[in-house]
Design a protein around this ligand. Structure first.
Ligand code: FE2
Length: 255
């Protein structure tokens, strides 16, 4: 075949490819019609049920997990107790209400301006099997609480895995709609892009309070699957009449 014919054929194929690419562009990869409302939304009041403090003296709250290693065979489980340090133990196992294993973690607290944090616990649970559902229990006596998570498949280019990417979540009614939509999507892990609670909008006696309410807000998802964190500018607090102070809660609670 003459070179000119090859060239014409190549040119035709290239044009066809470009046309098809433009035609498909409008809907490529979209799996949902969900669009968050464009209207401004307000922070959910502290007495709303989605921010509720769990029942029971010193009951674990703000429960969340993150990936505990690079392979998917460990999770770090974190929570807060409000009244006293209490236990940092996690009991876990592969059957519901049957906890054959245990791990012990650490506890710490801090003060910032007028805010005194609860007791933040971190416990690494490792040596897990791939693609296995684990049940876990934290807290003591009648105040104990139970959750579960599923480990990912073994790392492989062909292993299917669905994850969500969320940033700037905050704790408004729009945040709630986004979170509920994500939970219906079947995502197995969240990569969080920063700007978690927007607690820095609050000053004086309200400093820190919206970190705790946000921890309770995301628990419905974050206690059951890893959320992997990065920090945004709203994690830094600039206090009035003080030069600049940085709130260290991100390092302390969201590892
Ligand atoms: Fe932001």
């Amino acid at each position: 075949m003459a070179f000119g014919l090859w060239f014409t054929l190549f040119e035709l194929l290239l044009k066809l490819f470009l046309i098809l690419a433009f035609v498909k562009k409008g809907s490529a990869g979209i799996t949902s019609t969900f669009t968050r409302t464009k209207w401004q939304s307000f922070d959910i009041p502290l007495d709303h049920k989605v921010l509720a403090i769990p029942n029971g003296y010193n009951a674990p709250q703000q429960v969340h997990i993150t990936q505990g290693d690079y392979d998917g065979k460990a999770v770090m489980i974190s929570w807060v107790t409000a009244d006293k340090p209490g236990s940092s133990r996690v009991q876990y196992g592969t059957s519901e209400k049957k906890y054959d294993f245990k791990a012990d973690g650490t506890v710490a607290n801090y003060t910032f301006y007028n805010y005194k944090s609860g007791y933040t616990h971190h416990c690494l649970v490792d040596g897990l099997e791939y693609e296995t559902k684990y049940y876990y229990k934290i807290g003591e006596g009648h105040s104990s609480r139970e959750f579960w998570f599923q480990t990912p498949p073994k790392i492989d280019p062909d292993s299917p895995f669905t994850f969500g990417i969320i940033g700037d979540l905050g704790q408004t009614y729009n945040s709630l709609s986004t979170l509920e939509h994500y939970m219906q999507s079947g995502g197995q892990t969240v990569l969080f892009l920063g700007d978690l609670s927007y607690a820095d909008r609050y000053q004086y006696n309200d400093v820190g309070i919206r970190w705790d309410s946000w921890g309770r807000f995301i628990e419905r998802s974050a206690a059951y699957q890893p959320w992997i964190w990065s920090a945004g500018n709203h994690e830094i607090e600039y206090m009035p009449d003080v030069v600049i102070l940085q709130l260290c809660i991100l390092n302390l609670l969201y590892v």
